[in-house]
Design a protein around this ligand. Structure first.
Ligand SMILES: NC(=O)c1ccc[n+]([C@@H]2O[C@H](COP(=O)([O-])OP(=O)(O)OC[C@H]3O[C@@H](n4cnc5c(N)ncnc54)[C@H](O)[C@@H]3O)[C@@H](O)[C@H]2O)c1
Length: 355
């Protein structure tokens, strides 16, 4: 069996989730890994059996030494998505890059140009596209059961969930929950609507609560490592109204800290039915024979890791078998345009037009 030879760029939290998923994908070989943090590099490589001679302290060193690599998996801080992705593309590798695609739209566009120049796949890690419930809801939508979707709500609220470390350092992350969590639900709702083009955004962000370190820890916190200072200069809440060229609207609400229940709900309202997913079992709200009906489609239980297995299997399949990719650079750029517009609208207090 042909195995895709992959190098890991970044060996932190999400890289470990990816490595766990790769263990379930037979046509993959994890050949090498790099990280600027020696502690993360050692812990992750020890745990996943990447031998010492294939561990590197920089992406450049790994790409120079590991000539057999065919693909790279970019799992680094947002500020380093573009440089690491571009280095891997220039070395002739296919790349899957974690969300958000980049620090801003300009960098995302440069990444796409480099992928085109190299003739390599650049896939973006929009993992919610690969969940079982997302696939099921897409089937209902594609089958016409929901009708024309004209309003969606994209909610990803944490009550006390600032990950700290680089996530709350704007220079490294690009922002707080909007770019970190909002990105997931903006992409998922847009994908389920059939990828309309965004035309404008009106938004507000707040940093009223901060990371609330004085509270007893509810959430996990990233360690303060390699040059990351204990800063918190990102928003802790964001709300946005996103308008699309097909007339549809999405209301985004997202937070690291807000006095609210935790919630990761997506709502899609169409002319034939509404769907609510991501907050317990999926529900469809419609009518039948003159009665309002609530439908609860049954899905087999799947573990959290399965959507990463699905996502990374898709990447491998696209590279090895030429299967068309369903999360391409253009999708990443579109979402980056929305994210940039949210921050600009919040800063200026005005609606921002997206071109
Ligand atoms: N898909 C998801 O659900 C999901 C969940 C968490 C994080 N993420 C994304 O994954 C990325 C990483 O997040 P994380 O939670 O793993 O953070 P993390 O801090 O746990 O790990 C990031 C690692 O990247 C390393 N790094 C940074 N710059 C580097 C460079 N230039 N070269 C090599 N290594 C470098 C750091 O030293 C660190 O070990 C982020 O973009 C984040 O948005 C996605």
């Amino acid at each position: 069996m042909k195995k895709l030879k992959i190098g890991m760029i970044g060996t932190g939290h999400i890289a470990r989730t990816h490595l766990k998923a790769y263990e379930q994908i037979p046509n993959v070989e994890i050949v090498a890994a790099c990280d600027i943090d020696p502690v993360a590099l050692k812990e992750t490589c020890d745990r996943f059996g990447i031998s010492e001679e294939h561990r590197y302290s920089s992406v450049e060193a790994m790409l120079a030494a590991e000539k057999e690599l065919e693909a790279a998996d970019v799992c680094v801080w947002n500020i380093n998505h573009a440089p690491c992705t571009i280095a891997a593309l220039r070395a002739g590798l296919h790349v899957i890059c974690e969300k958000p695609m980049a620090y801003n739209t300009a960098e995302a566009e440069e990444m796409k140009r480099e992928a085109e120049k190299a003739g390599k796949l650049l896939m973006i890690g929009f993992v919610l596209r690969f969940s079982a419930e997302n696939a099921m809801v897409k089937e209902f939508i594609d089958n016409g059961d929901i009708g024309e979707i004209y309003y969606t709500k994209a909610t990803y609220l944490r009550r006390h969930g600032n990950p700290g470390g680089w996530f709350s350092n704007k220079n490294l992350s690009g922002g707080g929950p909007v770019i970190d969590l909002g990105v997931h639900v903006i992409d998922q709702t847009r994908y389920l609507m059939g990828s309309p083009k965004p035309v404008s955004v009106y938004a507000m962000t707040a940093d009223k609560l901060g990371p609330r370190r004085e509270l007893k820890k509810k959430s996990e916190c990233r360690p303060i490592t390699c040059g990351v200072t204990r800063t918190c200069d990102v928003e802790d809440f964001g709300v946005a109204l996103i308008r699309y060229d097909n007339g549809a609207t999405t209301l985004l609400e997202t937070s690291y800290d807000l006095n609210c229940p935790d919630c990761g709900k997506k709502e899609l309202y169409g002319t034939k039915a509404g769907v609510v997913l991501g907050d317990g079992p999926t529900k469809i709200y419609s009518d039948m024979n003159g009665y309002l009906v609530d439908i609860a489609p049954q899905l087999p239980n799947t573990e959290f890791i399965q959507m990463f297995v699905n996502e990374l299997s898709h990447f491998v399949d696209c590279v090895l078998n030429g299967t068309p990719c369903i999360a391409v650079a253009e999708d990443g750029i579109t979402v980056m345009k929305i994210l940039d517009a949210i921050y600009e609208s919040a800063r200026t207090g005005h609606e921002v037009i997206i071109r």
